[in-house]
Design a protein around this ligand. Structure first.
Ligand code: B4P
Length: 192
């Protein structure tokens, strides 16, 4: 059972790479962003609560996200493993995942850190706003807020994995074209 985590700022290409990786290695793609957007679309009580938070560029509460993940993992049967995309985004979420995996006698095989300068992420999200019209991409102030949230709450997760899972921690050059980023990631997964 493989457990692979994709971590990085908004617009670093987590979702883009996750789709290709999960397909190639037959992993269950677990995107907290996608699950939350589906809840918003279905106008569930959780979705209504999450929409306002996401539209402000903030993170949804740990309690909501951790429960969502627990349900997702429990409901998934017959898989080669999980690809976590956009989760964990806080140290509390990382600790909760660690606990869940320990209970299942599993560990983390790779943490892929998507690295690039901020201006690249901003350009990509603005381009996506034109193409897909995602409400949290539309306003530059919201994009900047997401980056601030990232540096305050998610960057410490990168440091947590660097320190506690040193051998499983990999830095990916996410500024390259999509195909090249994917090739670099495959080289790592093929060695696991
Ligand atoms: P997410 O859905 O996770 O999305 P993201 O971080 O904005 O984007 P991602 O990095 O996946 O970028 P993508 O591949 O799409 O989060 C959205 C919101 O949900 C958060 O702000 C938060 O409110 C909430 N949320 C999610 N998870 C949470 C959690 N665990 N806890 C609390 N809240 C949570 O790429 C972006 C664009 O760049 C695309 O248009 C793509 O085509 C392009 N692109 C990608 N790679 C490229 C490359 N190499 N070259 C050129 N363009 C590229």
């Amino acid at each position: 059972m493989l457990n692979i985590i994709l971590i990085g700022p908004p617009g670093s290409g987590k979702g883009t790479q996750a789709q290709q990786i999960s397909q190639k290695y037959h992993l269950k793609h677990l995107s907290t962003g996608d699950i939350l957007r589906q809840e918003v679309k279905n106008q569930t009580p959780l979705g209504l609560q999450a929409k306002a938070i996401m539209d402000r560029g903030q993170l949804v509460s740990d309690e909501i996200v951790i429960n969502m993940i627990k349900n997702f993992i429990e409901e998934t049967k017959n898989t080669n493993g999980f690809l976590y995309d956009g989760f964990p985004r806080t140290v509390a979420q990382a600790e909760a995942l660690h606990k869940m995996l320990m209970q299942k006698k599993q560990g983390i095989n790779a943490v892929l850190f998507m690295n690039a300068p901020d201006y690249i992420f901003i350009e990509r999200l603005q381009k996506r706003a034109e193409l897909e019209g995602r409400s949290d991409d539309a306003d530059i102030q919201v994009i900047k807020k997401r980056l601030t949230e990232y540096y305050e709450k998610t960057f410490p997760v990168k440091e947590y994995y660097e320190k506690h899972h040193t051998k499983a921690f990999y830095v990916i050059n996410a500024a390259q074209e999509i195909k090249k980023v994917f090739e670099d990631i495959c080289k790592i997964i093929d060695r696991l």
